[in-house]
Design a protein around this ligand. Structure first.
Ligand code: GLY
Ligand code: MN
Ligand code: MN
Length: 463
């Protein structure tokens, strides 16, 4: 068994221990998806399945039973198909290669699953993730039910396996943290490359567009060994930065305007997620720098609030406090109309310019799994009235951070023209996003291979 096999075996054992002696878990990998005639989307294995097997072939299933046995179903060896589609591990080689106890051809899934389900009390699988899985489980349970009159037991309980796996995935072990550091390093290098290219294109008065910078990002991701971008890259020039889910398109990079890039690679199944905002030509204007420094100060406050024992919402609250004061100081909010900093927070007046949360879990998925509510306090429900919509919102205490949890810290400000908004700030959109591993004393920012201070960004782009 390789070192990675022992990691996956240990995870399967942890799952088995939570299934109960009569439990059985079923985990498929992701389906292959056709893009159009004879062409498929690149295959990306399911995160839960990868987490438990490390196996990257399509058309595979894992079954774990409460006694700790794991069985893989995978595509059988087939020389003709392998000539067209590539190498298959095959069930004969799988136990040794992957450390599972048994393996069978996926063609035997429908025959063997009823046998594996018989005499268990509980079947676990990921709910509402794989289209049609609920129906397939029902199809496997039917023949078991038919044998009840001969003395067989049929599982009477179905549980969501995500509840078990999400908690496990939320805290990253040393191996996972190391992969995430490497992914972060590649992505930081890609942002550096895009910044330099932007300055060069403008210096040389070449046609400069968002997709030119996207090309730099993708080049550096792949050069670093990344298999995919972790999500569709945002490269937003000028006013496009105020569209939160903008995609890299044909927008022109212009002298005097900013560029916002939100892009990160996926490496060996783990995401990175970085945003930097920089002047297309490498020099911040006065108003751009003023807004940038405010967002950076709010990020520094959030970073200082990120440590084991703090709540997930603490970095967001710290961010909002700094932004609220800064919006008043810059004249983006009028104190005569909205009051002081506490009023700006209580009435959510900052929401006009800052309408998203300050972070999310990061891991195998860019918006990773894991409850944002503290499990030990899930019963402590309080109510509050949203100051903008008037809606009554039910709150539960936010998650207490633990060492090994990984989250993003990504404040921003997005200033669209509106009544009372000074013209010098119109169309400025700034977000700064770093990835943080929670430690007992604070947090480790793993994405600082790309500069974040405005002077350092300008120096890099001059070079
Ligand atoms: N890139 C996705 C996000 O920042 O949440
Ligand atoms: Mn993010
Ligand atoms: Mn992002």
């Amino acid at each position: 068994m390789s070192n990675n096999n022992s990691i996956h075996a240990e995870r399967r054992a942890r799952v088995a221990a939570q299934l109960g002696a009569g439990g059985i878990a079923i985990v498929p990998t992701a389906p292959e998806r056709q893009r159009n005639r004879d062409s498929s989307f690149p295959f990306r294995p399911d995160s839960y399945f990868s987490y438990l097997t490390g196996f990257t072939e399509p058309n595979a299933w894992l079954v774990i039973t409460g006694d700790g046995q794991s069985t893989l179903f995978c595509a059988p060896k087939d020389l003709e198909r392998e000539i067209w589609d590539g190498y298959r591990l095959g069930p004969e080689a799988a136990p040794k290669a992957l450390g599972v106890d048994a393996a069978h051809s996926v063609d035997q899934l429908d025959t063997m699953l009823p046998k594996l389900l018989e005499n268990r009390d509980t079947v676990w699988y990921p709910f509402a993730i794989h289209e049609g899985l609920e129906g397939r489980v029902a199809g496997w349970l039917n023949p078991v039910r038919a044998r009840v009159r001969y003395g067989a037991l049929c599982p009477q309980l179905q549980h969501d396996l995500c509840a078990v796996l999400d908690e496990m995935r939320l805290v990253k072990d040393g191996y996972e943290q190391d992969v995430m550091r490497r992914a972060a390093r590649i992505s930081a290098g890609a942002h550096v490359r895009a910044m330099k290219m932007s300055a060069r294109l403008l210096r040389e008065r070449q046609d400069a567009r968002e997709f030119h910078l996207e090309a730099e990002l993708l080049h550096e991701f792949r050069l670093g060994g990344s298999q995919f971008p972790a999500y569709t890259s945002i490269v937003a020039a000028g006013p496009n930065a105020c569209v939160l889910h903008y995609r890299a398109d044909t927008g022109a990079l212009r002298d005097g305007e900013l560029v916002l890039i939100d892009a990160g690679c996926e490496l060996d199944g783990y995401a990175s997620d970085i945003t930097r905002t920089f002047p297309a030509n490498g020099r911040f204007s006065g108003p751009q720098r003023a807004v940038y420094e405010l967002v950076l100060a709010s990020q520094e406050a959030a970073v200082a609030a990120t440590r084991a024992g703090a709540r997930f919402t603490d970095p967001h609250d710290a961010t909002v406090k700094v932004l609220a004061q800064g919006l008043l100081d810059l004249g983006l909010l009028d104190a005569d109309k909205v009051g002081g900093v506490d009023d700006v927070i209580d009435k959510r007046a900052y929401f006009q310019f800052y309408m998203h949360r300050t972070g999310h879990w990061l891991g195998m998925d860019v918006h990773d799994c894991g409850s944002y509510v503290e499990p030990s306090q899930v019963g402590e429900v309080s109510e509050r009235k949203d100051p903008l919509s008037g809606e009554i919102i039910k709150n539960r205490p936010s998650r207490i951070l633990q060492p090994g949890m990984v989250l993003t810290i990504e404040p921003g400000l997005y200033i669209r023209p509106a009544e009372g908004v000074p013209a010098q700030f119109h169309h400025i959109g700034i977000r700064i996003e770093d990835d943080a591993i929670v430690t007992s004393a604070g947090c480790e920012l793993i994405t600082r291979g790309v500069p974040v201070h405005p002077d350092e960004i300008e120096a890099l782009m001059r070079g």
